[in-house]
Write a protein that binds this ligand. Sequence first.
Ligand code: SF4
Length: 223
Amino acid sequence: MSTATLNISEIFHSIQGESSFSGWPCAFIRLAGCGHGCIGCDTAYAEDGGSVLQVNEIIQAALAFQAPFIEVTGGEPLLQPAVHSLMRQLCDLDQKVLLETGGFLSVGGVDSRVHKIIDLKPPSSGVCDQNNPENIRLALVAELPHRQTFEFKIVIANKEDYEWATSLLHEHCLTDSFTIMMGVAFGKLDPAELAEWMLRDRLQARMQLQLHKYIWDPSMKGV
Ligand code: SF4
């Protein structure tokens, strides 16, 4: 049995709120630490502290929820190398594994069975210039069915973000091959405004709201 460890912020059971899996019950494994400093980061509490747990303990804690999906998130989960062992072992146990990553590190080493939800950070994040271009390249060269394990998520706070996002999507023809989830930065943009822009432009992307922030208090941890 593996003795690898990870620094974990929290392991919890909730409703998946921000991807094409939105609405499904899901066990979440939130790894501690990121340091990327996105403006508006809603998991800044995962920056500090955390508990060092063995991978097998983490797996047992997540399995206990008997959820149809297990999501590995952060912080930035790809900063801790042992995350690959965690995801591989979960896949070997026939779990449906989601990875949510901030998109500044490459998903190149991620087990091909893992469904990758990759952020594309727009200008309002302050870190737009740090999106890792490798992730789009990897998605575009992936063959079926592996190609279907990539999806991209963009959180829009204003018109500039929207224009940046549509230009990027068109440049790489991303809407032709991938699920694109486009949502509003909670409290910063009226969802009706984003819906209007998407419909006007006939954008082939899916609009989403951060479901967990409507079910529970938006500042609540562990949901
Ligand atoms: S990458 Fe994610 S966890 Fe890291 S600062 Fe940005 S929003 Fe927060």
